[in-house]
Design a protein around this ligand. Structure first.
Ligand code: KIV
Length: 275
């Protein structure tokens, strides 16, 4: 099966074809998304919350993410796997950025990396690309700047903020990113940025006019109840379904309904030979 490349992602924009992308964190979520031809899987640092149960995305480490990237890569036949650079894996220096992006590709099997922030990180973006690794940008609401922005708040509501986000998106493109995530910004700003850029925009809480959309796997399937972002649509309630099934299993064990005859074997008793 042909692997999706960054050229295929660009083609969605060129053909004006809206496309869905999603996060994935393990072999099974990757297999499920790949089975329905979702072309790009992001191993997001949102894993900090939905996989590791951390309070926000700040504490997750490179090592904690690399394990997940490798599992997603193994579960993927065609989707492009993008690894999310965690907090402090690229901010401090260009060397850190290149080395850590390289680990995602070499140890994890990722085909690209994503990093949060626009203009302040163009040197990192440029250097990672120079090392042969495609980069996806991420502007607007930046979850790794949780403390600076006093929590998760929509960005770009004032003229000044909107201009900064617009400039960030432009500079991410100028420095070679193959796509850019627009998170938590007013829809009209996302429309303007999408029209101005040649590379695809991928929106989350950024309205309907982005070239593609991205959502967190656990959010749309109802697997994570701690936070319900406004931008999420629940397509299922798998968390409740799983709990119901587990309760059924528990009950059946307690009343000795499981295991039943078909779930075990009995060794055949050999007749004892006598003379
Ligand atoms: O970490 C993540 O899952 C993300 C997406 C939601 C864009 O950055």
């Amino acid at each position: 099966m042909k692997k999706i490349t960054i050229r295929d992602i660009q083609k969605f924009k060129d053909d004006e074809t809206p496309f869905a992308t999603i996060t994935a964190y393990d072999y099974i979520s990757a297999r499920n998304a790949d089975a329905v031809d979702i072309p790009l899987l992001l191993v997001g640092d949102s894993a900090a919350m939905v996989v590791y149960g951390m309070e926000n995305t700040i504490p997750i480490s490179m090592d904690e993410l690399i394990f997940l990237v490798r599992a997603v890569y193994r579960g993927t036949e065609q989707a492009l796997v993008v690894a999310d650079m965690p907090f402090m894996s690229y901010q401090a220096s260009v060397e850190d950025a290149v080395r850590n992006a390289g680990r995602f590709v070499k140890e994890g099997g990722a085909g690209a990396v994503k990093l949060e922030g626009g203009s302040p990180y163009v040197s990192q973006i440029r250097a990672i690309i120079d090392a042969g690794i495609p980069v996806m940008g991420h502007v607007g609401l930046l979850p790794q700047s949780f403390h600076l922005s006093s929590g998760y708040r929509i960005q770009g509501k004032t003229k000044l903020e909107a201009e900064k986000i617009y400039e960030d998106a432009i500079s991410v493109q100028k420095n070679g990113a193959f796509a850019v995530v627009l998170e938590g910004i007013p829809a009209d700003l996302a429309t303007k940025i999408t029209a101005a850029l040649d590379i695809p925009t991928i929106g989350i809480g950024a309205g309907p006019d982005c070239d593609g959309q991205i959502q967190v796997y656990h959010d749309i399937l109802g697997l994570y109840g701690d936070l319900m972002p406004k931008h999420t649509k629940r397509y299922g309630n798998l968390g409740t379904d799983i709990q119901n099934k587990l309760a059924e299993y528990k009950k059946e064990v307690e009343v000795k309904k499981f295991p039943s005859q078909k779930h075990f074997i009995t060794s055949k008793v050999q007749p004892i030979k006598t003379y």
